[in-house]
Design a protein around this ligand. Structure first.
Ligand SMILES: C[S@@+](CC[C@H](N)C(=O)[O-])C[C@H]1O[C@@H](n2cnc3c(N)ncnc32)[C@H](O)[C@@H]1O
Length: 464
């Protein structure tokens, strides 16, 4: 019989297994330190999902809303090939940088060159002001001395020949742009500092960039230390397709993905997190596509004329309630869930039978009514032949996102919302014929690929 002490120990283990908070855990290890981003997933959540649900012989992870690539990095360090997609070009650039292993000697060579460039900066003058597409009032967002320095930094970065080294520098430059701009840095939307603050605000873009490079170089080294253990290093691909419209099967074949780990946006960009706005200044300086037009393209960005019947009772009831108080708002909300529903129907097809889909979501409020996104995800997957495995609850200790929003859309009317996240885990059913074949193989002692159940993964490392 178990003694009390042993019982307490077991209960502690159980509690730990259920604890998804990771309060105080370091979230900026490895290449996760490269760049801030709104509503980033914390690496520990992605890592734990992979450890719990990726079968030992899994080879491919997909993130349909990869943002800066948190789950991709966690997948790579566990030996999985990873594919991500995101409509935001800045997020894609960061995700590419975080999942790349550039030649570290070449990175160091450029960093030394950069440090010499920083020392010599006073002797260089720019003849003309830079042409930055996508920001109509450059002087409103940057002080003249900052514009001049950013233009010099940009010229340095653009002059780097090696693409993966250049991307490493571009990411450091992007954060430098943001932090040396006149925007209130602790906010994701673009708000200018007040005049009083601006009088005292004299950022040194050169110093800022040198600090970022140093920090990111240290993160890269740690990432390298893990990745070099793989005999066959896993691959990473980051695309810009919209899963709500479809998945190009040239990039991801049907039934090829072992696990999806993702965090979709909490709602449309206009009323939740403005990813486009957050990225605008950096994207414009980097010359990325359409810095101003992203938000309309993201989930729920396009208007619909009719509220869909989702045949998901909790979601349909919430939409009905919102419609009673504000029909226009109900249409906007409905547009978001239509996109989510379409996206899931496409994601469902690329998962292998027996594969897992793990969605980390928040249930936001609109007009004071809670939108049950966790339940909606479950419904949408169930109609695509998935079974519900579990929904874990996670209290958010310090996620950088608007914890207070305006559920009424009335400026100043605030509500505490989204202090909880839901981690919905679904599994694709295994068709009867496949199950029978599997049972037969098991009987004769041959383990089929899809027979694996949840197991701890061990990295596929080189032998010592
Ligand atoms: C919550 S963030 C993901 C953050 C990411 N897990 C990370 O750790 O950086 C949601 C992402 O979804 C992207 N997004 C929104 N609508 C999209 C769509 N239709 N297709 C692809 N990406 C989309 C946004 O650009 C944003 O980067």
């Amino acid at each position: 019989m178990l003694k009390t002490k042993q019982l307490t120990f077991l209960t502690d283990l159980e509690t730990q297994a259920q604890d998804w908070t990771f309060n105080g855990a370091p979230t900026r290890e490895l290449t996760h330190c490269y760049h801030d981003y709104p509503a980033r997933m914390i690496p520990q959540v992605a890592g734990k999902l992979l450890d719990l649900f990726a079968p030992v012989d899994a080879t491919l992870l997909f993130d349909p809303y990869c943002g800066t690539g948190t789950s991709l990095v966690e997948g790579l360090t566990r030996g999985l090939n990873v594919i991500g997609t995101d409509l935001n070009p800045l997020a894609r650039l960061i995700a590419k940088a975080k999942t790349a292993t550039p030649d570290i000697e070449k990175v160091d060579e450029q960093i030394s060159k950069f440090n010499r460039f920083v020392l010599a900066r006073k002797s260089k003058f720019l003849a003309e002001s830079p042409d930055i597409q996508g920001i109509s009032r450059l002087e409103f967002w940057f002080k003249p001395s900052v514009i001049e320095n950013l233009a010099r930094l940009k010229r340095f970065v653009d002059g780097i020949d090696d693409e993966s080294v250049r991307i490493f520098f571009q990411v450091a430059f992007s954060e430098t742009v943001r932090e040396s701009s006149n925007t209130r840095n602790h906010e994701f939307k673009l708000y200018r500092y007040d005049e009083e603050h601006l009088k005292k605000f004299n950022p040194d873009a050169f110093e800022l960039m040198a600090e970022k490079l140093k920090r990111n170089r240290a993160g890269l080294q740690k990432f390298f230390a893990i990745m070099r253990n793989f005999k066959h290093p896993p691959t990473a691909n980051v695309y810009g397709f919209n899963t709500a419209e479809g998945i190009p099967h040239t990039e991801i074949a049907r039934a090829s993905v072992d696990i999806v780990v993702t965090s979709p946006p909490y709602g449309d960009s206009h009323t939740t997190v403005a990813y486009g706005q957050y990225s605008r200044l950096s994207a414009a300086w980097l010359g990325l596509d359409e810095p101003d037009k992203i938000d309309n393209k993201l989930m729920g960005g396009k208007s619909v004329k009719k509220i869909s019947a989702f045949e998901c009772t909790p979601l349909d009831s919430a939409l009905h309630e919102i419609h009673r108080v504000d029909p226009k708002r109900a249409l906007e909300v409905s547009a978001f869930y239509s996109d989510l529903c379409n996206s899931i129907s496409h994601v469902a097809q690329v998962l292998v039978p027996g594969g897992y889909a793990c969605y980390v979501v928040g249930n936001r409020k609109v007009k004071g009514i809670v939108l049950p996104t966790d339940a909606a995800i479950r419904c949408f997957f169930e109609r695509n032949d998935f079974v519900h495995i579990d929904t874990f609850h996670r209290s958010i200790p310090n996620k950088r996102m608007p914890l207070r929003n305006s559920p009424t859309n009335v400026s100043g009317a605030m509500d505490n919302t989204m202090t909880q996240e839901y981690i919905v885990v679904m599994r694709r059913k295994i068709p009867r014929t496949l199950r029978d074949k599997r049972q037969l193989l098991e009987k004769i002692g041959v383990a089929a690929r899809t027979t694996k159940t949840t197991t701890q993964r061990a990295p596929k490392t080189k032998s010592a």
